[in-house]
Design a protein around this ligand. Sequence first.
Ligand code: PLP
Length: 418
Amino acid sequence: MNSTARSTWSGWDPYPLFVQGGSGSRLTDVDGNTYIDYLLGLGPMILGHRPPEVTRAVVSMIEDRGTVFALPTEDESRLVAKLIAAVPSLEQVRLCNTGTEAVLYATRLARAFTGRSKIIRFEGMYHGFSDGLYWSKHPDLDEAGPDRAPVAVAQGPGLPRGVGDNLIILPWNDAGLLAEVLEREGHDIAALITEPVMCNTGCILPEPGYLEAVRELTARHGVVFILDEVITGFRLGLGGAQGLFGLKPDLSVFAKGMGGGFPIAAMGGRRDIMALVADGTVSMAGTYAANGIAVAAANATLDILARQGTFESLFERSDRLREGLERLLSDARIPSSVVGLGPVFQVWFSEHPIRNYRDAARHASHTVFRRWWEGMMERGILFHPGAFENLFVSCAHSDDDIDQTLAIAREVVAELKG
Ligand code: PLP
């Protein structure tokens, strides 16, 4: 397997599906079974599989112009101009290839800008697999320290121990605790990084006022506020979650949704911070950064997403699915909630509300989730087998797809109840 998220120990037990191909909202495996796809490549396929306009843009780039030049093109300037127009907090932007890279650059830049070294990150989030941030989502809470002061636990062997010393791990959705920590250690903290909606421990919404408090507190202590919009960007709206919530982070990172299935990412934000990149003080390199294929794909993807009504209809269908599932489960009196926003959500099988990672680790039933996943999958509805992953809806999902999914969910819920 070429990613841990596709492996047996991530839930694809006894083995993952092997894929033949995909089209729109559908994916077909090598045995010829077709599924309505809510895995969507873990997020990038916001337009569904093989969106024709993106494919045409990429093919034309390859056939007519080329792929990698190690020199700038007008296309990448056009793309950056679209990003800046779409997301109000972006004053300057750099392109790269993956979310992991974009996060790595953002944290490096924040350290260079502030001259401080520590980073606050939240338990249960994922910001890519770099040594600097691949810490703290430990399934064994005995090893993960006290609830209000989690310790940095490497997410597997091979990470240098000293790196974790530069991280402060906090529970999410607790503004009071954040205020205490910033009061005590703010002078040492370069940045705080958070997803706007926690999408890497299932789906957990920010409590009212929480993100605003994060904004206010980080500004007060001179800590760079990095918003990781790798999942939410170009999915919760053209302006990302920050557009939806009216939030203005100092730096933001985008990836998945912006490329329509091609590897591209962006990091950007305040001009005075980005100036360190622009003047070469902080290095951001990469042979394939802003390569022709990725830029062509992203330009086409953003043009489609910017069309009138795109997000309205995406939200309308997604909400109908989420609310329909919620209704089926509550009518059957199965302790659960369906949590998310628009086209990203997850079903929690839990009697307790889930507001952070430890709630999820303690209360979410993986056993019931597994039965739910198996029931849906056997009937042709595909999503990730992990309870801590998400379902994604694309612009290619039709009303008919949603109706079929709800009809199948009705059967599976009846099975769960029985
Ligand atoms: N940040 C978040 C919130 C993510 O969900 C992910 C990937 O799932 C990343 C960063 C890393 O992105 P990539 O897989 O493109 O490196």
